[in-house]
Write a protein that binds this ligand. Structure first.
Ligand code: F6P
Length: 321
């Protein structure tokens, strides 16, 4: 136990993700039980710099486990890369007698935590993002819920595609990570998944549609990962080269909301407790992750150097069905 740590701060930063509240719940409850106080830093690094910091009690986190979003609020603050801006944040931490910070978010959030730790504030990162784009963990908090939201939505889209004998192109989030597209595509019987610019092959897509039509298939769903191929480009190709009536759906921010799945809640609780334990052991500049059943801590510097995730184990299935 690190006796220097009497009070910790917790913040959520970057895009919100279902399960962030479950992580906050676990951090607050476990810290209080370990005899240390907790403050919530509102709206990520922006709130830190502006001094929006509130104490968090046992009751403040009651009943938040099943709520989507983050009770602390979140923001993106590109200016936090500036050391002078971080100095202001550190002064706010000192003013509130906060000895260490747990930062929940994606890789941008981790970088903020790393820079703070280099300036003497112990920080631990917890992976909270729907994108699943953090290589130091198998799954990020929020990914499973988001995947299920996409699957629910595409099941509905399939009903109408089926009734009208249409081809519907569905764009999903994920930033530059293909995991949401690949896994939702497989789970929804998508006829074609475009998860990267490189894997998109116009002729292959048209051929797949043709072969399916010859077997009697009338409805088609194409899953498209954002930031790969413009959705209306695909629509045009379908319109000009098939007898199908294409429609486009960009799922958008519905993918970020909703009650977290049981998987995300359990993951968040385990990672939140682990993050507090690491702080109490005097660790800093690390991020927590989960592989199989094991919890792991990786230096943020090393985590950022790991190759980006490419859903390797799932990818081959795309071509086999
Ligand atoms: O990182 C989460 C995420 O939802 C990405 O999937 C998406 O590209 C981005 O955030 C959208 O950001 P914003 O909510 O700022 O439009």
């Amino acid at each position: 136990m690190n006796h220097q740590i009497k009070k910790i701060g917790v913040l959520t930063s970057g895009g919100d993700a279902p399960g962030m509240n479950a992580a906050i719940y676990a951090i607050v409850r476990h810290a209080l039980k370990s005899g240390i106080e907790v403050c919530g830093i509102l709206d990520g690094y922006k709130g830190l710099v502006e001094g929006h910091i509130v104490p968090l009690t046992y009751n403040d986190v009651s009943g938040i486990m099943n709520r989507g979003g983050t009770i602390l609020g979140t923001a993106r603050l590109p200016e936090f890369t500036d050391a002078e801006v971080r100095e202001i944040g550190i002064k706010q931490l000192q003013k509130n007698q906060i000895d260490a910070v747990i930062c929940i978010g994606g890789d941008g959030t981790y970088m903020g935590g790393l820079r703070l730790s280099e300036m003497g504030i112990p920080c631990i990162g917890v992976p909270g993002t729907i994108d699943n784009d953090i290589p130091s963990t198998e799954f990020t908090i929020g990914f499973d819920t988001c995947l299920n939201t996409i699957v629910d939505s595409v099941d509905k889209i399939r009903d109408t595609a089926n009734s009208h004998h249409r081809c519907i192109i569905v764009e999903v989030m994920g930033r530059f990570c293909p995991d949401l597209a690949i896994r939702s595509g497989l789970a929804c019987e998508s006829e074609y998944i475009i998860y990267s610019k490189e894997n998109y092959n116009e002729q292959e897509m048209l051929q797949t549609i043709k072969e399916n039509q010859e077997k009697g298939k009338k409805d088609f769903v194409i899953i498209l990962a954002e930031h790969t191929v413009p959705i209306h480009e695909i629509e045009k190709v379908i319109k000009e080269n098939t007898n199908l009536e294409p429609r486009c759906t960009v799922l958008g921010h519905v993918q970020r909301g909703g009650r977290p799945s049981a998987f995300d809640r359990v993951l968040a609780v385990r990672l939140g407790i682990y993050a507090v334990d690491l702080i109490l052991q005097g660790e800093t500049g690390k991020c927590v992750g989960h592989f199989g059943e094991e919890l792991v801590a990786t230096e943020i510097l090393k985590a950022n150097e790991l190759p980006k995730k490419q859903a390797q184990e799932i990818k081959p299935c795309v071509k086999k069905i």
